[in-house]
Design a protein around this ligand. Structure first.
Ligand code: ADP
Ligand code: ZN
Length: 752
């Protein structure tokens, strides 16, 4: 009898499967989707059997499978098909997709981490430093200054592990800052599974409104694979719609479901509401689970002991059997796109998975992504609308505070003063809210650290003449560069619009603002929340619980405080500086800004006391600000879509961003230029419909000591984009010097 051969997907960066023979005695346990242990490049790997080999010619005699750990295949036929789709569409080796889809305990990818009880925290203790104080303090100690400013951008604190392991900061630089008394290092306890010990909320007894009923009825009568876009303003009761749908799917039809939220730690209220209704049939998949706990949850779902998986992005791979519904709450959130390989978008994967398994998909948002909006307009998705807040509440009144009305006092002499950061209208509103014993939320958008040049007098921002993209300010040599087309110019002496003296804007740290606020309101209970450190995630859940219990007067935070919070006693929302996000060199900057403003405004006035919103900005006429103020999503989308026609950006075209990185700047640029030529030649011969933009340095030029360049592929034809992207990734040769690396990001959510 001929020996049996199978194709095995391995988690290695090679775009092919590998052939192995099946030993006679293992043959009965080797199926499609089985885990197998095989040797590859002298190491043992866990691979997944993709299928039997179709008698292809091999140069070498294949090795045989060493062992088969499970009796039953761990990957179902549907899950394998889904992973194959991801591998094809996002141009990623299948084995790497499968590794991401399975719990770590099954892929042998890493040893289980020993549970950490404490972690070391570094925190800035010096007062805020002005520019000249910085120059004096750090002199030529560039690395120390860089670390200090990095910490500022992280909200003033971080775990040391995060700095040294993820951001490659050297411990000697940390030590140096500590010795100079600029930072302090301390130990902090790490919590374990807080959901296990959370109090169970009571299920809500609300009677659905007419609009909610209509949405629920439509969804529960849907055909398998149908996709709904649930566009409901903030406070319109989307969660109740999800829950009523799941009652039908899970309790009446005995099917399973997946609920995706942007981040578990930031949405404890939403998770609590689901748990209140579905109790122990829910598996909450969150980042604090150990590999063992994660595997237990995985098994419970696979066996059908649990019916509903609630989690962030990767929960889309939960092995829920007999899947009836997939819900994506806040579908516009960028966190649904994975930032590292495999760079999939959970929304796209959800839609493909639901089609394959006959489930319905509900995409919910008050501010849908433009992609989803266009899909609903073209009837690919069915649009369902909740136009009003429930319970007679109305959307809050939003007013703009024009930051241009005041001149910056001695810009480079001292750090910003309270009056400069919080203008009198916002100050008065804060004081009022405090006096009434109500709560305020203050948003400080931190994404302003990519520097740009803006006129402090008229608000004009220097943009590229070719790309309608903000020019990025570079030092040494000082100039403005467009990161899409490489256009360069000198920093102008005067504003090109109003001839005012231009000033470089710097972002503000939340910690700085917190200090200014507590000087102004010494008896107020002010709490700061920033998500950037990977550490202390549950601290955020705790803070939110404290806000809910009324123990916080002013909650100050970055964009994370804009998400799904539902606190009726929050009657004031202030946005400290709306502009920083608008000016990022990214075609999605306006969309993100609009979403952020609309979402954070949506936290105000959810109870009977009503609420108001104050947005401080230098660009009150920008459409993202204007239409956030008038609560007019449709008008925003219309204007934003028009702005993405020439040059075309999604959803008017499709993108793949190819990023080149390495530790030697020169080699990275050479590689990117060579790749650009290679691609242009490829496209010239193929006469395809793909356009190439670049190469150019990435807007964030260096991440974790690696320099970055990129090339953008644009096409209206998705399969052309797949073809060109795949051909390039498979054939283009990367020299083995300077740790050069190429990644392809299909449908990028950011081009930074
Ligand atoms: P969204 O997610 O759309 O912003 P939520 O789902 O958080 O809104 O609902 C806002 C609030 O309204 C919640 O406190 C919820 O309990 C309440 N709510 C939802 N539906 C109803 C209803 N039909 N009647 C009264 N209150 C409701
Ligand atoms: Zn340009």
């Amino acid at each position: 009898m001929a020996e049996r051969r199978v194709e095995v997907a391995l988690p290695v960066p090679v775009y092919q499967n590998f052939t192995y023979t099946v030993p006679e005695e293992l043959s009965e346990s080797v199926h499609v989707g089985s885990r197998v242990v095989v040797q590859f490049r002298n190491r043992d790997f866990v691979g997944i059997v993709q299928g039997d080999s179709a008698g292809k010619e091999l140069k070498r005699k294949p090795k045989s499978i060493k062992s088969v750990p499970d009796v039953e295949p761990v990957v179902t036929a549907e899950m394998l098909a889904l992973c194959e789709w991801i591998a094809e569409y996002y141009v990623i080796p299948l084995g790497i997709v499968l590794r991401a889809a399975l719990p770590a305990a099954l892929t042998g990818a890493r040893q289980s981490d020993p549970p950490r009880k404490t972690q070391r925290i570094i925190e800035i203790v010096s007062p805020a430093l002005s520019l000249s104080e910085r120059d004096a303090t750090f002199g030529r100690a560039k690395q120390q200054r860089a670390l200090f400013e990095l910490l500022e951008s992280l909200g003033g604190r971080s775990s040391i592990d995060h700095l040294t392991q993820q951001l490659s900061v050297s411990s000697s630089v940390i030590k140096a800052l500590e010795t100079r008394g600029l930072v302090a290092i301390s130990s902090e306890a790490v919590d374990r599974d807080p959901f296990a010990s959370r109090n169970r909320a009571l299920p809500s007894t609300h009677i659905p409104t007419r609009e909610q009923v209509r949405a629920i009825d439509r969804m529960s009568a849907a055909d398998p694979g149908e996709v709904f876009l649930l566009h409901g303003v903030t406070g319109s009761g989307k969660t109740l719609v999800y829950i009523e749908l799941l009652k039908k799917v899970v309790l009446e039809r005995d099917q399973g479901a997946i609920v995706l939220v942007p981040e578990i730690a930031l949405t404890p209220q939403t998770v609590d509401r689901f748990r209140a209704v579905f109790g122990d049939t829910i598996a909450v998949l969150h980042s604090s689970l150990s590999d063992g706990e994660r595997y237990d949850a995985w098994l419970a779902l696979k066996r059908g002991d649990k019916k509903i998986a609630v989690g962030a992005r990767s929960a889309i791979f939960a092995p829920v059997a007999n899947l009836g519904a997939i819900i994506l709450d806040e579908e516009h959130e960028a966190s649904y796109k994975q930032g590292e390989n495999p760079r999939y978008h959970a929304r796209e994967v959800a839609i493909v998975r639901a089609k394959g398994e006959g489930a319905v998909v509900v995409l919910g948002s008050a501010t849908p992504s433009l992609e989803s909006w266009v899909n609903a307009a073209s009837d690919k998705y069915e649009l369902l609308t909740l136009p009003d807040r429930v319970g007679g509440a109305t959307l809050p009144r939003i007013d703009v505070v024009d930051l241009r009305e005041k001149k910056q006092p001695g810009a480079h002499v001292a750090g910003p003063t309270y009056d400069w950061v919080i203008r009198s209208e916002l100050d008065a509103a804060l004081k009022n809210t405090l006096d009434r014993g109500e709560q305020s939320i203050l948003l400080l958008n931190r994404r302003g650290y990519s520097s740009f040049v803006q006129c402090a007098e008229c608000g004009h921002v220097m943009t590229c003449p070719n790309c309608s993209i903000t020019l990025t300010h570079h030092r040494a040599p000082e100039r403005l560069i467009c990161h899409y087309c490489l256009h360069r110019e000198d920093v102008p002496e005067k504003c090109e619009k109003c001839a005012g003296v231009t000033l470089q804007q710097r972002g503000l740290g939340t910690q700085q603002v917190e200090r200014l606020l507590s000087d102004r309101f010494p008896s107020a209970r002010i709490t700061r929340m920033d998500v950037d450190t990977t550490s202390g995630k549950w601290a955020h859940t705790e803070i939110l619980d404290r806000v809910g219990r009324g123990e916080v007067d002013i909650l100050l935070g970055t964009q994370m405080i804009a998400k799904g919070l539902d606190f009726p006693n929050v009657t004031l929302v202030g946005v400290v500086d709306a502009d920083v996000g608008i000016n990022l060199p990214d075609f999605r900057a306006s969309e993100r800004c609009y979403q952020l403003l609309a979402q954070v405004a949506g936290r105000a006035g959810r109870g009977s006391k009503g609420g108001r919103v104050l947005i401080q900005t230098r660009v009150p006429d920008h459409h993202a600000v204007r239409f956030a103020v008038s609560h007019d999503y449709n008008a925003f989308v219309r204007e934003e879509l028009d702005g993405r026609v020439s040059p075309p950006y999604p959803p008017n075209t499709r993108l793949a961003n190819i990023v080149f990185s390495g530790v030697v700047e020169d080699e990275v640029s050479k590689l990117a230029i060579a790749a650009g030529e290679w691609l242009r030649e490829l496209i010239a011969h193929a006469k395809g419909s793909v356009e190439i933009v670049g190469p150019a340095p990435s807007a964030i030029e260096r991440i974790k000591t690696r320099w970055r360049w990129h090339v953008l592929l644009k096409s209206e034809n998705p399969s052309e984009l797949t073809r060109v992207g795949r051909y390039f990734m498979e054939r283009f040769e990367v020299p083995s010097t300077g740790q050069l690396r190429i990644t392809l990001d299909r449908d990028p959510v950011t081009l930074l």
